[in-house]
Design a binder for this molecule. Sequence first.
Ligand SMILES: [Zn+2]
Length: 384
Amino acid sequence: MIVRAGIFYDGTLAQPRKNVDIAVDGGLVREVRAADEGGSPDYSAACVTPGLVNAHAHLEMSGEPDLMTFYATTTQNERVLHAVENACKALRAGVTTIRDLGSSCGVSPSVRDAVDAGRIPGPRMRAVASPIVMTGGHGWPIAREVDSPDDARRAVREQMKIGADAIKLMATGGVMTKGAVPGNAQLTFEELEAAIAEAHRHGLRCASHAIGTQGIKNALRAGIDSIEHGHMVDDEGIALFKERGAYLVPTLAAPTCIVAHIEGGGQPQYVVDKARYVNEAMLRNVKRAYDAGVKIAGGSDAGTPFNYHDAYASEVELMHTLLGMSAQEALVAATSTAAELIGLHRGVLAPGEVADMLLLKRDVGSDVRALRDVEKVFKGGACV
Ligand SMILES: [Zn+2]
């Protein structure tokens, strides 16, 4: 199969190429060559990019305004159906790889297995089962609660047993859980360290939800692979990111979507109040981290209020508008950098790489909003 591109972005910061053919065979890219070098195309598009990679999503959540109520009023079976529907929505909107960072009752590893087996459509997946939290900590309604380093180690083993291939740890409070304070540290350094060491011993990467300043540093010192949110990071935290080579997944869409729906959105007042505060911290600090050279990987926290699985393009737009990335840099954060963090493939279009790609109606480099309206999505060389 040959896809002809008017302009071609390979997922790196390399100069985009004009008028190329991408030859695909057996689900992989075989060659990228000038368009006049033979073969007529099966598909053509103004612009071709790698498939998007969303490093932070929750497939069983669909943007409900009040997650405490959502979990109290839905059954596990209903949430499985949400996850299946959202996997399909994400894929059709151009997300060909996704990392589910927490679900109830092992939903997301089951969805991953069904996608891998070809039973349902969806992105390639990494899946956390339950997040690991302190008793009563952020996300407790769907979490494994732990209260010592030994217990944290055991919780990691339990998650692996039910099929998790990534681990999520709550280092601070958060917005959506009643009573959890985003600025406060939750799991201790010792608990984080024990869990991370155990996960790493088995080859699993660890992500930490961390909004508050101290919790971010606790997780970085304990050896975390990525900080999710990171909105109250200070200079010492930024230095730790760089020293440890950890990724920041800023989930800019999460507070942005909540704050955009304050009026009449049906959100609890505590969510709105916390999101306002966190949003202000995010606007102050994440750009500082990016400017200082912290590695930013794309992830939207899709599933949180009004933050939909088919709207990952808006996270890419926010990295452009709020962080000052060029359109191509934002695309790189949402493809190869996020892929590097997830570890399933490289997120680039080059010979030997998975043929996950998007056909766009116009050049994403001159207008990042081109990702809003994807013409065709290919996963493993198949048009989905
Ligand atoms: Zn999340």
